[in-house]
Design a protein around this ligand. Structure first.
Ligand code: SF4
Length: 739
């Protein structure tokens, strides 16, 4: 049996997050490819079209895909470099198992599968079915998302399945369902380009969904007014008509105050409110005492700006409101979303050309991944696992007795608590890196150390995979055919460009073999990704996320189909609710009263500064792939503490000074970056790094009561200058770009 490095330290050195991959000279285009494969970028929810250059079963470069209608060839820095992940030397090429005190060793698939199945059986026989849990990821295709939901309920027979969208889009999803009965952005981005006023709330579009910026520029070219709500002067805010520098946690106070101004000035669509909504009176009752002085105190935004924003929004004829994690990553995330939706409904600007509302998905399949049943409370088609009719329909599709189907399980962070309590003893994860992405990650690491057995499916040895007993070498985006659903709600086709290298396997094949060994071969005998999709279509039929009329052929020939698409003749639905019949049981859009509540942790004498977190343009989520791509690492090599000059001078901090940031969860040191583009009472750290560089050592695990999303975006901290100056960024010595 071939052994890999014999200590965890050496393994980390070999596979570590700062080992950037220098591309070979001329990799972009010197090789004449064998073929160009039209597919999509593997990273954010925009899913830009791209053509991958393939030579000898390796992705060796890319070409723009000019015809794809969303991005028309445009790509951001991550998209330009994404091809470098495919042939990366860190890539896992075979299953490995941990040898206590030594590191990992290669094993055969027979050993990996045999050990995993025997541990699943042992744990479930000893502690019960739900003692073996599953965590999945929404970078997976729709087909794989669907299969993970089915695998957990049918093969593992556990209730405890959840996904990393729980850290991402769930507040938006819960808000959308409460207000509209359906969870999707209301329009294609084409409508955005013609809106008269655009509000972007908590969405650093230029860095995290960069190609979407083009649609905002198009609107600006036609005279649109842009209002950006963010504690930082993010790139989009620099040219906005209004930047509302909201204090982290003050969002619903801001939107509630704006609603009050709309009411006071009668900037309302009375006909729409009367004919197509319910709950308006209760909603305005909740904000009746909000005046501008109160709003200024609770939001940190000057009252003149709040009034101006409401006036622009109130008087517009067309408008679009977009939001993302900045308002959603809160213990009041659903309230924040609903307070945004209340502004949209009050002015009746939805279900009409150039009038819409969008929730921007961060992960590659953030939209599709939240529809097909790998959430703990959900079945395919966005059905409810507690609804008897929904359960019966899916049980029939899966050919099981409804009574055998597990019920609602624990959410991702609740699973960590359950491991600490000793209720969950075993775990399988795929495409999820909780040791970087979950809050309070010292507590998360302790949970992983308590597991009796942990098996991880991934393409790289992530921080979390290092805690696994077995790591199964899975597939990358370009190694398996399927579909994903973009943030617009457009289902697009992922085409396989290459096969998995070495002894790695397609994720779908791994799951099918595990299911077969668990005795469910007949329910997991899919001959192709298309066969899985065809079962997904049937499972979604009649649900709110209805894909029944979408086929691979339609998706490819039309370069994407917007769901819902309930029949083969149906063209898809780029703009929802044009008939003003909303997807709620009563057909009305629902206002929801929101009363402002402060965040879980507010600043005090001991912890006097607000800490918020987010992303940078060159990195994607927990960085498992992007922290290995040298040219992306060069752009932003290490996490920096952004701090305003006035706050910095109070502590005597200068750029590159090493600052210890301490919260009630932990502490970590970061080099300072003194910038004027942040509120004076707030510091910002990007969260893409693990270990001692992890911002999530500091963040708080308090959850929204409905969506169960953690409060990543606000907690209280201390700043302690260490008196040292940070050394040069790691990659300046570790990697020299050849470009
Ligand atoms: Fe497009 Fe997002 Fe990929 Fe950038 S990361 S190229 S915006 S899909």
């Amino acid at each position: 049996m071939a052994k890999l490095p014999t200590s965890v330290d050496r393994l980390i050195a070999a596979f570590g997050p700062h080992k950037a991959y220098p591309p070979q000279s001329g990799f972009y285009g010197a090789h004449e490819p064998d073929e160009l494969v039209k597919t999509h970028c593997c990273y954010c929810g925009m899913q830009c079209g791209i053509q991958l250059k393939v030579k000898e079963n390796k992705v060796v470069g890319f070409e723009p895909w000019m015809d794809f209608p969303y991005n028309e060839g445009r790509l951001c820095p991550k998209g330009v470099e994404r091809y470098l992940q495919n042939n990366h030397p860190d890539r896992l090429m075979a299953p490995i198992q941990r040898v206590e005190g030594e590191g990992f060793e290669h094993i055969s698939w027979e050993q990996a599968m045999g050990k995993t199945v025997s541990e699943i059986r042992r744990i479930q026989q000893t502690y019960g079915k739900d003692a073996f849990a599953m965590l999945s990821g929404v970078s997976l295709t729709n087909e794989k998302s669907y299969m993970m939901g089915k695998f957990a309920r049918v093969a593992l027979k556990t209730a405890n399945l959840d996904y990393n969208g729980r850290l991402c889009m769930v507040s938006a999803g819960a808000g959308n369902k409460k207000a509209f009965g359906l969870d999707r952005s209301s329009n294609s981005w084409a409508d955005l380009a013609h809106a008269e006023v655009i509000i972007v709330a908590g969405a650093n579009i230029s860095e995290t969904f960069p190609t979407l910026t083009h649609y905002i520029w198009r609107a600006r070219d036609q005279g649109a007014k842009l209002i950006v709500v963010d504690p930082r002067v993010i790139p989009l805010a620099r040219t906005a008509d209004l930047h509302l520098d909201v204090k982290p946690g003050g969002d619903s106070a801001l939107f509630g105050a704006m609603l009050k101004i709309l009411v006071d000035n009668d900037w309302l669509d009375h006909e729409f409110i009367a004919d197509h909504t319910v709950g308006f009176q209760e909603t305005i009752e909740a904000v009746k005492d909000y005046d501008l002085d109160w709003a200024e105190v609770h939001t940190g935004v000057a009252k003149e700006k709040i009034w101006e924003a409401a006036s622009l929004w109130g008087k517009a004829k067309t408008s679009f409101l977009l939001h993302a994690r900045g308002i959603e990553h809160h213990s009041k995330g659903v309230d924040n979303v609903l307070s945004c939706i209340n502004l949209v409904l009050a002015t009746g600007r939805i279900g009409k050309p150039y009038c819409g509302y969008g929730t921007i998905t961060g992960q590659g399949n953030g939209q599709g991944g939240r529809e097909h049943g790998h959430k703990c409370d959900q079945l395919p088609g966005n059905r409810d696992i507690t609804n008897p009719a929904h359960r019966q329909y899916i049980a029939d599709v899966w050919r099981i007795n409804e009574s055998e189907m597990p019920g609602k399980g624990l959410t991702a962070y609740e699973q960590i608590d359950a491991i600490h309590r000793g209720e969950i003893k075993g775990l399988i994860s795929i495409c999820f890196n909780p040791l970087v992405s979950l809050p309070n990650n010292g507590y998360v690491r302790e949970a992983f150390e308590k597991l009796e057995f942990y098996v991880c499916i991934d393409s790289f040895l992530s921080e979390t995979a290092r805690y696994a007993d077995i790591v199964m070498a899975g597939s990358l985006h370009e190694e398996e055919e399927g579909t994903v659903t973009t943030a617009e709600g457009r289902v697009v086709k992922i085409n396989a460009a290459v096969t998995p290298p070495g002894n790695a396997r397609r994720d779908g094949d791994i799951i099918m073999e595990l299911a077969a060994r668990l005795g469910e071969a007949d329910k997991f005998s899919f001959a192709s990704s298309e066969a899985i999709f065809n079962e997904l279509r049937l499972a979604s039929k009649g649900g709110t996320a209805d894909y029944f009329g979408i086929t691979y052929e339609k998706v490819e020939s039309q370069m994407g189909i917007f769901w819902p698409c309930p029949s083969l003749e149906h063209p898809g639905t780029p703009r929802l609710w044009e008939d003003r019949k909303f997807s709620t049981p009563d057909g009305k859009a629902h206002f929801n009263p929101v009363r402002f509540k402060p965040p879980t942790e507010v600043t005090d004498e001991d912890f006097p500064v607000v800490l918020t977190t987010g992303r940078v343009v060159s990195q994607y989520l927990s960085g498992t792939s992007t922290r290995r791509i040298g040219k992306l690492v060069d752009q932003y090599p290490e996490p920096l503490l952004e701090i305003h000059p006035k706050l910095a001078s109070r502590y005597g901090i200068k750029t590159r000074d090493l600052v210890r940031v301490k919260t009630r969860r932990g502490e970590a040191e970061f080099p300072a970056q003194v910038v004027e583009t942040i509120r004076e009472d707030t510091v910002f750290i990007p969260y893409h790094w693990g270990g001692k560089h992890a911002a999530n050592q500091l963040t708080i695990g308090n959850l929204d009561p409905i969506s169960k999303i953690p409060e990543f975006k606000v907690c209280a901290c201390q700043l302690i200058p260490t008196g040292e100056v940070a050394s040069a960024a790691l990659t300046e010595t570790a990697y020299q770009s050849d470009l």
